[in-house]
Design a protein around this ligand. Structure first.
Ligand code: PEP
Ligand code: MG
Length: 877
């Protein structure tokens, strides 16, 4: 017959740490501690399979489960020399849930189960402590009422507070026994009145109801939502742990606490934690009394402290990881109630991983696999000082991590002007456009009311490594008046605000920030990643500064240089606009002539920084109207500035307007309509490359044609590039090697990848555009309804954040196979935002891409994710 109950504690152990799926994390670790001979109060775990059965069969228990529970309960009674419900010598138990993966806050605990109107007397007499017995009873009714009977905890707490007021005491412990007795009475009549039933007096009934409550909690709405949000759908049910109670609140030689085997915030190898004497676990959690640091336990109880420290060491060397422990001291005797892998900050995680490797506890692969790549980003950005008090006034999307403080400004020019005077500013816009780039550079952080995680603001801010909160629709922005409101709070131009781009919080006022630091531990980890990863990691960078940042973080090249960002800098935009407003090819060419030396210099500067590494430069991609003003005022100003008629400007704007610029006249289509634009860019790249080569630099340009749908588009552009290559090299009298490739960002390009590969030295998947075209979902509009899709569970992840393997991923995989079938050595990478997201990096490894390219600040995340992918999937797929 199937076994549904496993014993632990008191010399009998039937489970172990390797049985987490069956016993849940808590149950498996209790069994493990018990088999290590540690002092674990006896108990038993009902398996996750039993809870699964209960669900699949409409609340029926599996056959034989209760017989097993009875048998195990009898054993615990024997061990504890007490009986559940015995009026003179009662056994009390705790009931706790525990799934295979911990789900904090999902299910509360019931303590002191087994008390009733009679056994409370027995407990009182045996402990010679009536106050303790009645306090335990009132805690049981509260917890049972809340967790099992579904009453509001608040109802109990209000009655306790009122009582304290009546008897004139502040602390719970100061309430005398008579008052507690009357409180329990009050609680029981509350149950009677609300539920029309008695608080169950039969301890078996209490146990059965508590076990049902744990089973039921697994399928509560909040638990289901939690699992969906944490991608835990495969976790099958919860375990139930029933364990003999030990009491930390029996008097001054009793207590309870939590401890970590190393410091969870710094990672230092020191015993760390806190405890409270004469208390139960919930008192520590509630924070009503201030706990003491664990080292102060040494003085009153030196032996207990020593034993505890010894156990901590034993557990850490056994589990080979930092442990988070819960313990209780009952009348001077130590008991262990829990051990689990301890949560830690990014700084602690890197320190613990490298130090444990040095100590010989774990190897490098284990150290690398243990780190959370996303968490590492904490180490690269300013953070809000965790000790500061903050007033959050709104929440938006956590679009680019880090924190920033500054004065509110509502225009890009305003941001530039104030920053030039040395002020720190936060740029606040409805949404940003390429026009705002100067202001974005000048600002400490960016806040927008509209737009999703791949909106202009989000992508550009991530590229710059600046904090950004995007799509914050809780704020009403009035750009003209220079103010925004969030509920009843108004923030005016010049007021201080703080942004937390890691959580999406908008905070009123100035907040202290903590500086980022790349520690030796983190550098060591990054060195290790290079020893194991197969994927190359490049960066998306458009300026020498970003390129330098990327190189410092270990980028092995630039995977995407978006040339349009260069077109907005300083007064270049004038030449760009002159080019767009030109009447005919002749005028256009002369406007482009002005841009040629500037672009050439841009590329020279980037080649200089990236000496020895490949640089992928993409020809102009966005539709031309993005460079023209949108408002009447803007058009008038432009007309004055260019000495042109307003009519001509308006006519050009109208001519270039598109219903859907995402799918319109952009990318290589521009290069074919206005060949002189791409010709200028080709000439600039080759001239810069030749000059740098002559100076002795190793330049490796890779010229990339965007938005190709048909091989003919690539072929025509490729011929032009080659022609310019030849001409410039002849003129400059130096030869440089270069590649010509294409972005793959349209479904048709994937489907015809074989033909396209005939004309391409490399493919780079533009997964931002590929995701929007595969889904038929514009990346700028997705923010309007995607959040709802995610909360309702239609999508488990945002496809603009993590590659949708089933759709977009299949497209990529197919294109890689087709492309390489035509050209065996085809170099293949990815340069969409997904290139810095761990699960997408893993996917890229699995489909054998050559490299991923991401924002400079994500390079370290991608390096770690690439190393983990190589360790998990040594043979690629
Ligand atoms: C992409 O589409 O994935 C890409 C990198 O190009 P952009 O974001 O500039 O359209
Ligand atoms: Mg694109």
């Amino acid at each position: 017959m199937e076994k549904y109950v496993y014993a632990f504690g008191g010399g009998v152990t039937e489970g172990g740490a390797d049985m987490k799926m069956l016993l849940g994390n808590k149950g498996a670790n209790l069994a493990e501690m018990s088999s290590l001979g540690l002092p674990v109060p006896p108990g038993f775990t009902i398996t996750t399979e039993a809870s699964d059965h209960y669900f699949k069969n409409g609340g029926e228990y599996p056959e034989g489960m209760w017989e097993e529970v009875d048998k195990n309960l009898a054993r615990v009674e024997g061990e504890m020399e007490a009986k559940l419900g015995d009026p003179t010598n009662p056994l009390l138990v705790s009931v706790r849930s525990g799934a295979a993966v911990s789900m904090p806050g999902m299910m509360d605990t019931v303590l002191n189960l087994g008390l009733n109107d009679r056994s409370v007397g027995g407990l009182s007499a045996r402990t010679d402590n009536p106050r303790f017995a009645w306090d335990s009873y009132r805690r049981l009714v509260t917890m049972f009422g809340d967790v099992v009977l579904g009453l509001e905890r608040r109802e109990f707490e209000e009655r306790l507070e009122a009582l304290k007021g009546r008897v004139g005491v502040k602390e719970d412990q100061a309430v005398d026994v008579e008052s507690l007795q009357s409180l329990v009475k009050e609680y029981k009549s509350l149950v009677q009145q609300k539920l029309n039933r008695e608080f169950p007096q039969d301890p078996r009934e209490q146990l059965r109801l508590a076990i049902n409550a744990v089973f039921d909690s697994w399928n509560s709405d909040r638990a289901k939502t939690y699992r969906r949000l944490n991608q835990m759908s495969e976790v099958g049910g919860t375990g139930v742990n029933v364990q003999a109670m030990v009491f930390g609140n029996l008097g001054e030689t009793s207590g309870t606490g939590v401890a970590f085997t190393r410091n969870p915030s710094t990672g230092a190898k020191e015993f760390y934690g806190e405890f409270l004497m004469n208390a139960q676990g919930e008192d520590i959690v509630a924070g009503t009394r201030t706990a003491e640091p664990i080292s102060s336990l040494k003085t009153p109880m030196p032996e207990v402290y020593q034993a505890l420290e010894g156990i901590a060491q034993k557990l850490e060397s056994h589990y080979k990881d930092m442990q988070d422990l819960e313990f209780t001291i009952q009348a001077g005797k130590l008991y262990m109630l829990q051990t689990r892998t301890g949560k830690r900050t990014a700084a602690a995680a890197t320190r613990i991983a490298t130090e444990m490797e040095k100590e010989g506890l774990i190897d490098k692969a284990t150290a690398l696999l243990r780190l959370d790549p996303e968490q590492m980003e904490q180490l690269l950005h300013y953070r809000i000082d965790p000790n500061s008090q903050v007033q959050v006034i709104a929440r938006g999307l956590a679009a680019s991590p880090g924190a920033a403080v500054g004065k509110a400004v509502f225009t890009a020019e305003g941001a530039e002007q104030k920053a030039a005077k040395g002020e720190q500013v936060i740029l606040i816009r409805m949404e940003t456009s390429p026009d705002d780039i100067g202001g974005m550079y000048a600002a400490q952080g960016i806040l927008t009311a509209r737009g999703g995680l791949t909106s202009h603001a989000a992508v550009v801010a991530r590229g710059m490594g600046k904090c950004c909160v995007a799509g914050c629709d809780e704020i009403r922005v009035d750009e003209e008046q220079g103010r925004f409101t969030a509920d009843s709070v108004e923030v005016r131009e010049g007021d201080f605000i703080t942004l937390n781009g890691s959580t999406g919080e908008v905070i009123l006022g100035e907040t202290n920030l903590v500086k980022p630091e790349v520690s030796d531990h983190f550098s060591t980890i990054l060195d290790w990643t290079d020893e194991v990863k197969v994927l190359g990691v490049r960066a998306n960078a458009d300026t020498p500064h970003d390129a330098q940042v990327a190189r410092d973080y270990g980028a092995e090249g630039i995977g995407l240089c978006r040339t349009e960002h260069m077109f907005f800098e300083g007064d270049r935009i004038d030449s760009v606009r002159a080019m767009i407003l030109a009447k005919g090819e002749g005028e256009r060419r002369s406007a482009l002539k002005k841009l040629l030396p500037i672009q050439t210099q841009d590329f020279e500067d980037i080649f200089e920084v990236m000496d020895g590494l490949p640089v992928t430069i993409r020809f102009l991609d966005p539709p031309l109207h993005e460079f023209l003003p949108k408002t009447e005022d803007g058009m008038e100003a432009l007309a004055r500035n260019m000495g042109m008629s307003l009519d001509h400007i308006k006519a050009t704007v109208e001519e270039l307007t598109e219903f859907n610029p995402m799918l319109g006249h952009r990318g290589c289509r521009l290069g074919l309509s206005y060949p002189e634009i791409y010709e200028m860019q080709a000439e600039a790249i080759f001239t810069a490359a030749c000059r740098k080569a002559r100076e002795g630099r190793k330049v490796l340009p890779e010229i990339m044609i965007p938005l190709v749908a048909d091989v003919a588009e690539l072929r025509a552009n490729r011929e032009m590039v080659r022609r310019f290559g030849k001409e410039v090299m002849r003129r400059e009298k130096v030869k440089v090697d270069y590649l010509i490739g294409t972005m793959i960002e349209l479904p048709r390009a994937c489907l015809t990848a074989r033909e396209i590969a005939a004309e391409a030295d490399f493919f780079s998947f533009g997964t931002n555009d590929l995701t929007q075209t595969v889904y038929g979902l514009s990346r700028d509009d997705a923010g309007r309804f995607l959040p709802e899709y995610l909360t309702k569970g239609y999508f488990s992840r945002d496809p603009f954040v993590a590659i949708d393997r089933a759709g977009v991923g299949e497209m990529i995989h197919m294109a890689v196979k087709k492309g390489r079938a035509r050209r065996r050595k085809l170099k293949v990478g990815i340069c969409g935002e997904h290139g810095g997201e761990p699960s997408s990096v893993e996917f890229c490894h699995q489909v054998n891409l050559d490299y991923v390219s991401c924002s400079p600040f994500r390079v370290v995340i991608a390096r770690l994710a690439a190393a983990q992918a190589a360790l998990r999937y040594p043979a690629g797929k």
